[in-house]
Ligand binder design. Structure first.
Ligand SMILES: *[C@@H]1O[C@H](CO)[C@@H](O)[C@H](O)[C@H]1NC(C)=O
Ligand SMILES: *[C@@H]1O[C@H](CO)[C@@H](O)[C@H](O)[C@H]1NC(C)=O
Ligand SMILES: *[C@@H]1O[C@H](CO)[C@@H](O)[C@H](O)[C@H]1NC(C)=O
Length: 479
């Protein structure tokens, strides 16, 4: 009887959760049809004027939102490629989130943001390589791409963006990333031989156009005018890049626990409930429906593109609404890092991709000269658990065009050993990871021995489950 009740409770909760809006990071998985404009937009549009990007003392939803937008400006300072001179860079693994995109969800009965996804080199934000990029992409039919990838467009092209489509901003963000990595890894450290071929690269993307296009933009400025015949892109069907190792019951259990935590935090937030109710009144739909349309996704797009929020005859959605929802998202992130469910989920979710990465590093450490540069083009739901699993708890939620870089170095002088560095958006986070945190014996905290990372991925990451293997850890036990 107890089990039956518990089952019914879980069923009811699951149905509720499926209906209610979850926070942004889980929502990619649910497709939503674009909703047509219905003419309820208004004339008196207000403009959002972002403040300059200065570091504030406390949680500031506007500052955080601007950071998240990552609007291209002057290139930032980055710490990639820093090492003592007797270290040789032997491989680089890059995990990116796609760039700025059109919303995945529409707020019912409002005008969709008016954003043009065609690429125009003389429209801001732009990049010196944008024009050459467009022309190179149109010649890409010789590339080898897994299955359905070959039919995905290689650059965005709709004058009214489609749902989830990469924007020009998104392309420019990754042209900047690629150029920065080129300056460091190709020009300074000669990571690839000048006559590099397809075997020197490993490229993998999910099947969405925004990830493929982001990856190609980064690759184009990393290796300008590359020969398409040397490009081989694999398709990853799973957003957590679990390849052939996706079955893991216990991972799903922690994800459900995490969603329950999110739900209970949300219903406790009175400001948030009031905000949703007010927005629902403006739009003229039930609050539940408004919440389920995940309005923050759409509002972020307005915000990042400096476009006014939608209005109806009942009023306008305002920056005050935006601030309350964004602030809740940030509080949710904070609580998530305190509670353990997401961390435990993340350990299981990211083992396959970390295992793959470690295996590649080990092959290169043994002298193999293949897959020297690895690019995984992915989503926030890919990067976020990787950051959590590595123990980088201070990391911000992955913004548009976020990059996480793993560098593999060989000490050619002293220890003849291999070392890694890990960088998130150009910031060195090597010693924030759980496996290198207490390790400062070598080189004034610049390097972490590869074996620390290997031991973590191959075994220590399962210690919270009282086991040393992925399959053991995944097996569902009674809870
Ligand atoms: C945003 O729009 C306002 C009003 O049109 C304009 O003054 C401002 O310069 C714009 N900001 C950016 C960053 O484009
Ligand atoms: C991890 O890598 C090893 C190769 O060293 C492979 O045999 C194993 O199947 C991988 N496990 C997972 C879960 O990816
Ligand atoms: C691991 O073992 C410890 C001590 O036996 C126990 O307290 C803990 O609950 C176990 N953890 C899991 C996830 O089973």
């Amino acid at each position: 009887m107890f089990f039956r009740n518990r089952f019914l409770f879980l069923l009811a909760l699951a149905a509720l959760l499926a209906f209610l809006s979850l926070s942004l990071q889980f929502l990619h998985l649910i497709p939503v049809n674009p909703i047509k404009d219905d003419g309820l937009h208004s004339k008196n549009r207000k403009r959002i004027m972002p403040n300059p990007l200065t570091e504030p003392p406390a949680i500031d939803p506007i500052y955080e939102a601007q950071f998240y937008c990552n609007v291209p400006s002057i290139p930032e300072r980055s710490m990639e490629g820093h090492a003592p001179h007797y270290f040789k860079l032997i491989s680089v693994h890059v995990l990116i989130r796609h760039g700025d995109r059109y919303p995945l969800y529409a707020i019912p009965r409002t005008k969709r943001p008016d954003i043009d996804c065609t690429l125009l080199p003389n429209r801001k934000p732009s990049h010196p390589l944008l024009e050459a990029f467009i022309s190179h992409m149109s010649k890409g039919s010789e590339a080898q791409m897994d299955g359905s990838l070959s039919s995905v467009p290689r650059y965005p092209s709709h004058s009214l963006c489609e749902m989830g489509e990469l924007t020009q901003t998104g392309i420019v963000q990754h042209l900047q990333n690629g150029q920065l990595l080129r300056d460091i890894y190709i020009k300074k450290h000669s990571l690839l031989p000048t006559d590099w071929t397809s075997k020197h690269l490993y490229l993998e993307t999910t099947g969405k156009s925004r990830t493929l296009q982001s990856g190609l933009a980064l690759l184009y400025s990393f290796l300008p005018e590359f020969d398409w015949k040397k490009i081989n892109v694999r398709n990853q069907w799973s957003t957590i890049f679990c390849s052939g190792h996706c079955e893991c019951q216990r991972r799903n259990h922690y994800l459900e626990e995490e969603q329950r935590r999110q739900y209970s935090l949300r219903v406790k937030n009175i400001d948030l409930e009031k905000t949703y109710a007010d927005m629902a009144r403006i739009v003229g739909i039930p609050t539940r429906q408004l919440r389920a349309s995940n309005p923050i996704d759409s509002m972020l797009c307005h915000f990042c593109h400096n476009a006014s929020f939608p209005c109806t005859k009942n009023g306008c959605i305002a920056i005050e609404h935006f601030k309350v929802i964004k602030k809740h998202q940030l509080e949710d992130e904070k609580e998530r890092q305190k509670k353990k469910y997401y961390y435990l989920y993340a350990l299981l979710a990211t083992h396959p991709i970390l295992n793959q990465t470690v295996n590649r590093m080990l092959r290169i450490a043994e002298g193999k000269k293949e897959e020297l540069f690895v690019l995984y083009s992915a989503h926030d739901v890919t990067l976020s658990p990787v950051l959590s699993a590595l123990g980088i708890t201070g990391a911000k939620f992955p913004r548009f065009a976020a990059r996480l870089v793993f560098e593999l170095w060989r000490d050619e002088k002293k220890y003849k050993k291999n070392f890694i560095r890990i960088l998130y958006n150009g910031v060195d986070v090597t010693f924030q990871t759980s496996f290198c945190r207490d390790f400062d014996k070598y080189f004034g905290k610049m390097m972490c021995p590869l074996e620390k990372f290997v031991n973590f991925v191959k075994q220590d990451m399962f210690s919270p489950f009282n086991t040393t293997s992925y399959y053991e850890a995944c097996r569902r036990r009674p809870f």
